[in-house]
Design a protein around this ligand. Structure first.
Ligand code: DQA
Length: 148
């Protein structure tokens, strides 16, 4: 089972970026957390981060061809704006879980829309970088139910 973790703009700045909202842990800590969760469930894991919408779309499309079984995605601010990322997730039809480090439901009005959510089997928000570990487990359970 191969899981791809995609992070959008500014998530490479974790640890430095608005620590009051996103905490002190870094992108490396995030990768370690997700990797630990993948190891625990016996899944292979790969990471991709980009600040560019088209690159995120390209990587989702590539997932269709490289044997990815499940996607964990935090599109960052593109969550609230990108129909292109939603369409890419729908196009590849690979089970995906949406993750947000902060609890976006308790933040500004402009963060209340998530386009990608429509293409995701679940959303994990407000659990910090641990949310990535939870997303890996959710995907593993889902894929097992599907018999993959
Ligand atoms: C975020 C929430 C988004 O609203 C924001 O634009 C981000 C990070 C989160 O992980 O909490 O960049 O996706």
């Amino acid at each position: 089972m191969k899981i791809l973790v995609i992070n959008g703009p500014n998530l490479n700045m974790l640890g430095t970026r608005e620590p009051g909202i996103y905490g002190n842990e870094t992108y490396e800590n995030l990768m370690d957390t997700a990797e630990g969760a993948a190891y625990a469930v016996g899944a292979e894991i790969e990471f991709f981060q980009s600040n560019h919408e088209g690159d995120l779309v390209d990587r989702i499309q590539q997932a269709y061809f490289d044997g990815t079984d499940g996607i964990v995605i935090n599109p960052g601010a593109y969550t609230h704006t990108s129909i292109a990322i939603l369409d890419a997730l729908k196009a590849v039809a690979i089970p995906a879980v949406e993750v947000h480090i902060s609890d976006v439901s308790k933040r500004e009005d402009f963060r209340q829309i998530s386009y990608v959510r429509q293409a995701c089997i679940a959303t994990v928000m407000g659990h910090g970088i641990q949310g990535y570990g939870e997303a890996v487990k959710l995907l593993k359970d889902h894929l097992e139910e599907q018999g993959e």
